[in-house]
Write a protein that binds this ligand. Sequence first.
Ligand code: E4P
Length: 218
Amino acid sequence: MKFFVDTADIDDIKEMAATGLLDGVTTNPSLIAKSGRDFMEVTKEICGLTDGPVSAEVVALDHDTMMKEAEVLRKIADNVCIKVPLTIDGLKTCKALTTDGTMVNVTLCFSANQALLAAKAGATFVSPFVGRHDDNGFDGMELIEDIRLIYDNYDFDTQILVASIRHATHVLQSAKIGADVATMPPAVIKALFKHILTDKGIEGFMADWAKTGQTILR
Ligand code: E4P
């Protein structure tokens, strides 16, 4: 499973990239607003921090303007992935862009039928929002299972990019289901490394090693 970081914060992206485990970045208008940076400028900077796809979202709601915005965004760098909402206009834009060889991430997916439409529109990625789904009384992971089943039934190439991840259990469940990508806030990626027994184990080994009075680097 690929790991994307879900942020427009440059320091966080650099920290995640330094682990060697980062496969891409997702942003959205809310994350850009939170960064306080110019959209084009920060997106260009992010594209230079990873070789993987960097999702940059259009803000128009009609197909013609989405195409114009996509034209501007895709000139930022070769690894820009145009993010469009799961609407009729968004999917028309997705079809046109992917036919032209541009990567597209279809976002704000909340049903398996919507994911089916995204795949038929040739989406590179579909982003089901598991956290927001859970928040509204649905089961985000059931949605991922349904999409996996449908995509496997028809051999769709569209990658399932699990979004709106809130905790490490979402990541574990996504991996068990066979989702292709998880995009996570930096805090969730960091939480994956943690285990109380790892910390306790290190503490014990360090205490015993100190008793030997030895060093490895001499
Ligand atoms: C990523 O592509 C999505 O925009 C993001 O994961 C949404 O997360 P949120 O529901 O925490 O805002």
